[in-house]
Design a binder for this molecule. Sequence first.
Ligand code: ZN
Length: 306
Amino acid sequence: MALPLAVVYSPGYRLDLGAHVFPGDKYERAAALLRPRAGVRWEEPRPATREELELVHHADWVERLLACRLRPAELVRLEVPWTPAIRDAVLLHVGGSVRAAEILAADGAPVAANLGGGFHHAFAGHGEGFCALNDIAVGIRCWQRRRAAQGRETQALVVDCDVHQGNGTAALFRGDAAVFTLSLHQADNYPALKQASDLDVNLEDGVGDDEYLAALAAALREAFARCRPALLWYVAGADPYREDQLGGLALSREGLRRRDDLVFAAARDRELAVAVTLAGGYARRVEDTAAIHAATIEAAEAACAS
Ligand SMILES: [Zn+2]
C-alpha cells in the first residue's frame, strides 16, 4: 500500500498584503478544495530557523528581515510590504519547504508537497518580485544535508514552470554541480534581466498547451541527459494560465494539469523523489488560481499512489 501524499500546510500561510495583485488567501482556498481528500496526509510546518536560512542567505539580509528593518529601496524591489505578520507567514512557508524536504529524506516517500512557497525570485542578499527568502534553495540545502549524512546521493534538479524566470534560484545555484536548474518561462516578462539557469527555455508570448507541453518534454529530456538527480524540485506556478494578470502565456487549466502529470511521470520513470512548491498565480478569478494549485496537489497524489 502506497503512503498517502504528505501535504505541508498551515493557516498561517495567509499573506495579508492589503490591496495587491498577489492573492494572499490562495493557500487557504486551495487547502479548502483539498480537505475532503482521503489520500492526503496533512503536515504542519514550523517556522524556518535562522540557521536554515543562512544555508542560503547572507546573515545580514536574514538579520534585517527578522528585525523588519528593510531599507526603502529594498522594499521597492520586494514589491510587497514587510511587516511582522508577513515575516512570520513567510518563515512558515520556508519551514514548509524544509518539512517537505525532511519527509523526502527521512520517509523515502516519492512525493511531498508544500501548499505554499516557491519564492524563486529571492537571492542570497536581497529579495524581489514578492520573494524575500528562497524556500526552494533552503529546502534543497536541508535535503542535501540529510542525504549527505546518510551517505546518499545529493544531486537535485529544479524544474521551474512558473511563467516568470526563476532568477533567484538560478543565481543561488550557479556553478554548483550538485543542483541543476531548469526554468521554462515567458521570455518577454519579469524579470527584465534574467539570470542564467543551467537550462533556460524562453517561450514566446501566447504559447498554448500543446507547444508548451512539447517544450517541457524536450527540456526534461535535455536536463536528464545532463544530470543524474535523486530529487526533482517542482516549482508549480499557476501563472502560465491564459487568464493570468501577470502572465502572457495561454495555457488552459487542462493543459496545466497535463503539465503537472508530465513532470510527475518523468520523475516516476527515473525513480526520483519529488518536492512540490506552488509559486505564482494571479488569475483574474482567485478561484481559478486556487483550483490550479489544488489540481497540482491532486496530480501529486495520483503520482504518489501509482
Ligand atoms: Zn510567477
